[in-house]
Ligand binder design. Structure first.
Ligand SMILES: Cc1cc2nc3c(=O)[nH]c(=O)nc-3n(C[C@H](O)[C@H](O)[C@H](O)COP(=O)(O)O)c2cc1C
Length: 376
């Protein structure tokens, strides 16, 4: 540690310990709003302004580590291909591309809903064959847009959705809300309410598998690679895990943004804080929702991503937080545990912590502009 770093760290740490109020986020406007609302939209050859808007809405989809693993090739104005950007995979925690394909499913669902609002029906054909194939073809879905009447859809559902990780109430989800989610997930949904043996096991597994992941240096380094601490880095990359997205707020948020370096994310102090936070979060809320799939093909995973996203888009209206905690399904032991103990004979694709909220916060996670993920 050099002297300057020590002094900076020492001064702030001392202030934190002494409880000295440091000017933090009080007057800070949301960086996502600042960056994304002023987004210029340069023309993309072959893409209409409507097509551009549809792709912007699609890009608001959630993704593991916010890696935004999609690209879109414009073959003709109404003929596109959605693909997996292999540089945006998470080869350690997601070696089989499960989460990448679930995320691309969410991207496709946003695209279909935005297209409907702009007067287009989307015809999709899955073109990828096998995600385990070493020569995996990154072209996944062929898209054809057909002009039709605009549907009356509220696209604010897409712009205001976010992952919410704290302040989840432990009040059980009502049967009405579970049924509505189940309908949106085509019936591929299980709810394990807080206080049941099943929910307790899932909580234990979420913590245990997070801890075992944090003992894996490769997984820690992968997380660090996608962590963006400083505003300048966030502006440069417009992806990844930001302090606001990780819900590191107030003074701790200030400290992380201004004092820490990316390498500090791999240090034991940060890892221990993450474990402490995961323990706390896993216990909060009304239990767990599990979305299951029909199989593990590209088409199955994209279908599950779409089901998840339909639920996530409805959750804000219901003031329900949905927090994917994927570590259990990423680890072989965790996945075996869930499959054997909770939903035998089914294939779990998402483990989601849920709970009612008093206040649904504004989205904070950043996205790349359309021009960055479109290929011509
Ligand atoms: C397939 C998938 C897996 C995810 N897994 C996790 C997870 O294990 N832990 C977590 O905190 N968030 C997880 N998320 C949420 C993402 O981190 C989040 O969507 C992303 O950072 C963008 O933030 P936003 O959803 O608020 O727009 C996951 C999201 C998706 C789509």
């Amino acid at each position: 540690m050099n002297r300057r770093y020590f002094l900076k760290t020492g001064a702030v740490a001392a202030a934190v310990l002494a409880g000295i109020p440091i000017l933090t986020t009080g007057c800070r406007t949301n960086l996502r709003t600042r960056l994304m609302e002023k987004q210029p939209s340069p023309e993309i050859p072959g893409l209409s302004p409507e097509g551009h808007r549809i792709l912007h809405y699609a890009s608001l989809a959630p993704s593991g580590h916010n890696s935004q693993p999609w690209f879109v090739r414009i073959n003709a104005p109404e003929d596109w291909t959605i693909g997996l950007d292999t540089d945006r995979r998470l080869p350690v925690v997601d070696k089989n591309n499960t989460e990448a394909l679930l995320s691309i499913g969410a991207f496709l669902e946003n695209m279909v809903q935005a297209a409907a609002a702009h007067g287009y029906r989307v015809h999709t054909t899955i073109i990828a064959k096998d995600r385990f194939d070493p020569d995996f073809n990154p072209d996944l879905v062929s898209i054809r847009l057909e002009k039709t009447h605009p549907e009356n859809m509220d696209l604010r559902r897409l712009t205001s959705r976010r992952t919410v990780k704290t302040h989840l109430s432990d009040r059980q989800l009502t049967p009405k809300d579970v049924n509505a989610f189940s309908h949106l997930a085509d019936g591929h949904l299980f709810y394990f309410a807080k206080g049941t043996t099943h929910a307790d096991h899932m909580t234990e597994q979420a913590v245990a598998n997070y801890i075992s992941q944090m003992k894996n240096r490769k997984a820690v380094r992968e997380m660090a690679k996608w962590t963006r601490l400083k505003d300048s880095t966030i502006k440069e990359h417009r992806d990844g895990l930001t302090p606001a997205g990780m819900e590191i707020q107030g003074l701790a948020g200030w400290y992380v943004r201004h004092v820490m370096n990316p390498a500090d994310v791999t240090r034991q102090t940060f890892i221990d804080k993450g474990i402490e936070k995961t323990r706390y979060q896993a216990k909060e809320g009304a239990g767990w929702l599990v979305i299951t799939g029909d199989g593990n093909t590209v088409a199955d995973l994209i279908a599950s991503g779409r089901r998840f996203q339909r639920m996530a888009l409805e959750a804000k209206n219901k003031m329900i937080a949905i927090h994917p905690m994927s570590q259990t399904l990423e680890e072989t032991r965790g996945q075996k545990h869930i499959t054997e103990n909770h939903s035998p004979g089914t294939i779990p694709h998402f483990m989601l912590r849920v709970g009612y909220l008093d206040k649904y916060p504004d989205p904070v996670s950043i996205r790349r502009p359309v021009t960055w993920f479109v290929r011509i």
